[in-house]
Design a protein around this ligand. Structure first.
Ligand SMILES: Cc1ncc(COP(=O)(O)O)c(C=O)c1O
Length: 382
C-alpha cells in the first residue's frame, strides 16, 4: 500500500544548510536575507515591490491597515475561501460582504460584484481559488469605475498567471502564503507584492511598528530610529527568509510537477461519472495547480466522509477546501445572522468536494493510485 500525504514540504540539504548558517551567525531578524528573499520573489513574479511578512493573514491585515478601513466600511470578499480572507477585514472593524462563487471555477462570481457595491464599499478582495486565476481584468475595470481598492489573496497562487501577468499584480496589493502545504514554505510566512511605491513604502514600515529603518545596517547610530506611523510586528525572520530563498530556486520544478500530476490525475478522474470537476487552465488563464477538487454528485453527497475514510484506509490522505463557506461558519453566522446557504454555490463546493493532492512530493504512479483508491471508495460506499 502507498502512503500519499496531502501536503509534504520538500526541504532539502540546501534549506537545512542555509538555516544552520543563520543559526550559527549573529543575525536572526532585521538581516539581509529577508531583502534577498524579497528580491527573488519580486523577480519571479515580476512585481516592482515585494515585502516579506510573517503570514498571508498578516499581509491581508496590513493591506486593510494601509487603506485605513474601519467601522462603517464594507469589503467584498468571496464566500468560498479560508477564513483569513474575511478575518482580515473584521480585524479592522469593517464588514466583509460575501460574494457567492461561480460554479465553473469556484472563483468569486464577477457578475454579482457590482450588485453588492454600496456607498460603504471600500475594497474588493479576490481569491484565486485553488490557484485558478480570477478574471482580474473584469474586477479591475469595476474597481476603477467605482473607485475601489483591490486586494488579491494569492495564498494558493504562486505560479498563477493571467495573460502572462502573475496573480497579485492586477490589484493594488497581492498577498501570498508560505505555510507548509503551500507552493513553497518558510514554515510560517507571507509576502506582499505591489506595483505601487506608496503602498510598498508604507506597508514595509507598518509591518515593523512604523519604524523608518528596519534593517539594522541601515541605522547609522545603533538603536536609533524614528517611528513615522502606527504599525504592527509582522516581520519575517532570517530563518524563514533563508528557507524561502532556497525554495524560490525550486519553484519552476515544483510548478512543472504540479501541472503534470494535475493532468495525470484529472485524466483518470474524468472516467468517474459520480463527480464533477472545476475548470482549470485555458487560454490566458494559467493555474498554479494547488490541488484537484472532486465534487460529488447527488447520490454520493451524503457519503463524503465515508469516501474520505475509505481513501485514508487505502493510504491516500485527502482534504477539503474549504470546510465551510465563510458565511456558514459560526462566528460569521452568529455575528451577521447569515443562514446556511446565503451563498449556495460556495456552500455546495464546501459541502460536497474532496480535495486531492497534486503536490510535487508525488509522481504519476501516486496519481494513478489516487484514482484507483477513489474508484474503490465509491464502489465500497455505494
Ligand atoms: C485563500 C487563503 N488566504 C489566506 C490563508 C492564510 O494564510 P496564512 O496561514 O499564511 O496566514 C490561506 C491559508 O490556507 C488561504 O487558503
Amino acid at each position: 500500500m502507498r502512503t500519499i500525504l496531502f501536503g509534504r514540504p520538500i526541504i532539502g540539504a540546501e534549506e537545512k544548510d542555509a538555516v544552520m548558517k543563520v543559526l550559527s551567525g549573529p543575525i536572526l531578524t532585521h538581516g539581509p536575507l529577508v531583502k534577498e528573499f524579497e528580491t527573488a520573489f519580486a523577480n519571479f513574479t515580476g512585481a516592482e515591490h515585494a515585502i516579506a511578512v510573517s503570514s498571508c493573514t498578516a499581509a491581508l491585515h496590513l493591506a486593510y491597515f494601509f487603506l485605513g478601513v474601519g467601522p462603517g466600511d464594507e469589503v467584498l470578499v468571496p464566500a468560498e475561501t479560508h477564513v483569513a480572507t474575511a478575518h482580515a477585514v473584521e480585524l479592522c472593524g469593517a464588514r466583509p460582504v460575501f460574494i457567492d462563487s461561480e460554479s465553473r471555477t469556484g472563483n468569486m462570481d464577477a457578475a454579482v460584484i457590482e450588485q453588492r457595491i454600496t456607498k460603504h464599499t471600500r475594497a474588493i478582495s479576490v481569491v484565486h481559488y485553488l490557484g485558478m486565476p480570477m478574471d482580474m481584468k473584469r474586477v479591475v475595470e469595476i474597481a476603477k469605475k467605482r473607485g475601489l481598492f483591490v486586494i488579491e489573496d494569492c495564498a494558493l497562487a504562486i505560479g498563477s498567471r493571467l495573460d502572462g501577468v502573475h496573480a497579485g499584480l492586477f490589484g493594488d496589493v497581492g498577498c501570498f502564503s508560505f505555510y507548509p502545504v503551500k507552493h513553497i514554505t518558510t514554515a510560517e510566512g507571507g509576502m506582499v507584492v505591489t506595483r505601487r511605491k506608496d503602498v510598498a513604502q508604507k506597508i514595509s514600515m507598518q509591518r515593523a511598528f512604523g519604524i523608518d529603518r528596519n534593517v539594522v545596517s541601515e541605522r547609522k547610530i545603533p538603536g536609533m530610529y524614528d517611528v513615522q506611523d502606527l504599525g504592527l510586528n509582522y516581520r519575517l525572520n532570517e530563518l524563514g527568509a533563508a528557507m524561502g530563498l532556497q525554495q524560490m530556486k525550486r519553484v519552476p520544478g515544483f510548478l512543472q510537477k504540479r501541472r503534470e500530476n494535475y493532468e495525470t490525475l484529472t485524466a483518470g478522474l474524468r472516467g468517474i461519472d459520480e463527480i464533477e470537476l472545476l475548470q482549470s487552465s485555458h487560454g490566458g488563464f494559467q493555474s498554479s495547480y494547488y490541488c484537484q477538487s472532486a465534487i460529488l454528485k447527488e447520490p454520493l453527497r451524503k457519503k463524503r466522509f465515508e469516501i474520505m475514510d475509505s481513501m485514508k484506509r487505502q493510504g491516500v490522505e485527502t482534504s477539503i477546501y474549504y470546510p465551510h463557506a465563510v458565511p456558514d461558519m459560526s462566528y460569521y453566522k452568529n455575528k451577521y445572522g447569515h443562514g446556511d446557504g446565503t451563498c449556495p454555490v460556495a456552500s455546495r463546493l464546501s459541502d460536497n468536494a474532496i480535495a486531492l493532492s497534486v503536490g510535487p512530493h508525488l509522481g504519476p504512479d501516486d496519481m494513478n493510485y489516487t484514482v484507483d483508491a477513489f474508484k474503490n471508495a465509491i464502489r465500497e460506499v455505494k
